[in-house]
Design a protein around this ligand. Structure first.
Ligand SMILES: [Mg+2]
Length: 330
């Protein structure tokens, strides 16, 4: 783990104390070298991803440090899941304000440790620096798929079904709840939405099913509407979904019943870290069965057609139009 700090010895000590115990993979060399190495599994392509989260943009600066660590890993894990890849490991770069102390770092590393174990995704190294700006956590993550099988955005075909994992809109509603912008909900509903914002649940369990069956896939970070529109654009097809078919949690249903305009937040709000994907009609049943078996629910929400653009219909079959096609972080 390299340092670029005028207090190099302090940083070396922090790395030895906090990060070295996490770097147990032999290729990490106990963080004692300038770089780590991995051998790609035989017959596999490496799948590469980098995503950062920034305090005040992607998380609240007062969020618990372990949850910040997990979110930083999970937004990357979610992309690997959508590509059908299994995680091999990651690098983490931290830019911390000078007043961020060892208590925060210890909790941050507890969060890393939990997800290193939960997702079999070892730490290979990284970097720590001090910054005058907000806390920034950058993760570069590596995964593997059998050669030539990474699930692309650009594979949707006319006639395919459009499906999503899990439930949509919870995190965007959770952000609203956090800012006291939601109608009255039960404590359980509110807690559910807040938790979905704080800690994404990436669908890595479904990666194998996606790789076997999906014609195209991406994870939903910027809202279902905007992300599905991107997938359709790059695939050169049109998409049509019905808002009523979009799977919602009980909490989201409760919020929507109290304030129907929240359908826009649900469909465009982002931070879902669910997967939107397409599948050939004759494979849809097997796909759903494989995903169910992996413990990830899949719901059909629409179809792919010839042409371009994404149409979202409401219960009456009317087209829904939104002011904001997709999410821009707060
Ligand atoms: Mg993505």
């Amino acid at each position: 783990m390299a340092t670029r700090d005028d207090h190099g010895s302090t940083e070396d000590r922090l790395i030895a104390r906090f990060f070295k115990p996490l770097a147990t993979h032999p290729g990490a060399l106990g963080l004692s070298d300038d770089a780590a190495f991995i051998k790609p599994p035989a017959g596999c392509d490496l799948v590469l991803k980098a995503d950062a989260i920034i305090g005040g943009v992607h998380f609240f600066p007062e969020d618990p440090a372990d949850r910040v660590a997990q979110k930083a890993m999970r937004v990357n894990l979610s992309d690997l899941a959508a590509k059908g890849a299994r995680p091999l490991g990651f690098l983490v770069s931290l830019a911390l304000q000078r007043d961020v102390g060892e208590t925060w770092l210890a909790a941050f590393c507890d969060g890393l440790k939990a997800d290193i174990g939960a997702f079999s995704c070892p730490l290979f190294g990284g970097d720590t620096d001090r910054t005058p700006g907000p806390i920034t956590v950058s993760v570069a993550m590596f995964g593997a798929v059998p050669e030539g099988t990474m699930v692309r955005r650009a594979g949707a075909k006319s006639g395919d079904k459009i499906m999503v994992t899990g439930t949509i809109g919870d995190a965007a509603l959770g952000l609203k709840a956090r800012r006291a912008e939601l109608p009255k909900l039960s404590a359980a509903q509110r807690d559910h939405l807040l938790a979905r914002y704080l800690l994404p649940q990436p669908r890595n369990a479904a990666a194998e099913a996606l790789r076997m069956y999906a014609s195209a896939a991406m994870d939903i970070s910027d809202g279902l509407a905007g992300d599905l529109a991107k997938l359709c654009r790059v695939s050169g097809v049109a998409g049509e979904i019905n808002a009523v078919k979009v799977p919602l949690s009980d909490a989201a249903k409760g919020a929507l019943a109290a304030a129907p305009a929240l359908i826009e937040t649900i469909l465009t709000g982002g931070d879902d870290y669910e997967i939107v994907c397409t599948v050939a009609r004759d494979k849809a049943e097997a796909f759903k069965a494989a995903s169910d078996k992996a413990g990830v629910s899949l719901t059909e929400i629409g179809t792919v057609g010839a042409g371009e653009g994404l149409v979202i219909r409401d219960t009456q079959g009317q087209k829904l139009e939104f002011a904001h096609g997709s999410f821009s972080h707060f």
